[in-house]
Design a protein around this ligand. Structure first.
Ligand code: ADP
Length: 262
């Protein structure tokens, strides 16, 4: 009992995401994260930018426990990931329930015969009754503008529509932290705009790994720059993305809208 109430107090004041000294080596020995310290407050919308190979995807995968445990290294290390105050190495199931991860490629995420089944899968898996899972799935499909597609096979939908199905699937699990890997990659301008507005309207804490710096300026007040597994900058997006020397040193370019002074 004492432990549970202590946890509740911790959660009430804890950041939504906290990483402390996070180190990760892939089984082949490659160091992908090299001592990452990061704290994200509840409701904050943060961009994670950096060149290819910086460690962005590896970092995201740690937030819902997809990576630790694949090899034996993590368990021997001190705890380094907390979600809403919960130590991810001890509360894996609860942490996975809190964190919704939308993959870059929707085809890594979709596998059911119909869109509705796909979106209902998460809530069912979390223990919702069939009718409740269906209700939640339909509600989330409505939110992403795809209620009409409920009975269609996901493979018949466009790339942008499949991305929105993935988002609906994650929203149906009611996560408190939304983690997105390259949400606007490979979308056409209209699909990008639509997805961006959708993400921007969601109240959850967000961490978004992306190369789309214009999107960052629109929906992420804070930007973290990662390179070679280390955080090299962290601050207001306008300031970070207007720092030409910093960006050049880490393989990035100032967004056009800042160059032309919009
Ligand atoms: P980013 O998402 O920023 O492009 P990643 O997290 O994918 O970076 O990769 C970080 C580093 O980890 C890179 O050096 C990459 O080569 C390496 N890496 C990624 N996945 C694996 C893997 N499955 N096995 C070994 N090394 C990997």
């Amino acid at each position: 009992m004492a432990d549970a109430s202590a946890l509740a107090v911790t959660s009430a004041v804890a950041p939504a995401v906290r990483l402390a000294g996070l180190v990760y080596d892939y089984p082949d020995g490659r160091r992908a994260l090299d001592g990452v310290d990061l704290s994200i407050a509840a409701g904050e919308s943060t961009a994670l930018v950096g060149p290819n190979g910086a460690g962005k995807s590896t970092l995201l995968l740690h937030l819902n426990g997809l990576l630790p445990g694949r090899d034996g290294l993590f368990r021997r290390r001190p705890p380094s990931v907390w979600i809403d105050g919960l130590d991810a190495s001890r509360h894996g199931a609860e942490v996975r329930r809190k964190v919704g991860l939308v993959f870059q490629d929707p085809d890594d995420q979709l596998f059911s015969t119909t869109v509705l089944e796909d979106v209902a899968f998460g809530p069912l898996n979390l223990g919702a009754a069939k009718a409740e899972a269906r209700r939640l799935a339909l509600e989330c499909l409505e939110r992403v503008g795809l209620a009409d597609a409920a009975d269609r096979p996901p493979r018949h939908l466009s790339f942008g529509e499949r991305k929105r199905v993935c988002l609906a699937g994650v929203l149906a699990c009611e996560p408190s932290v939304l983690v997105l890997d390259e949400p606007t990659a490979n979308l056409d301008p209209r699909g990008r705009r639509r997805f961006l507005e959708l993400i921007g309207s969601l109240p959850a804490t967000k961490l978004i790994a992306t190369h789309d710096l214009e999107m960052v300026l629109e929906i992420c007040p804070r930007t973290v720059v990662l390179d070679a597994g280390k955080i090299v900058a962290d601050g207001p997006s306008r300031a970070v993305l207007d720092d030409a020397a910093l960006l050049e040193a880490h393989g990035l370019e100032r967004p056009l809208s800042l160059l032309v002074g919009r």
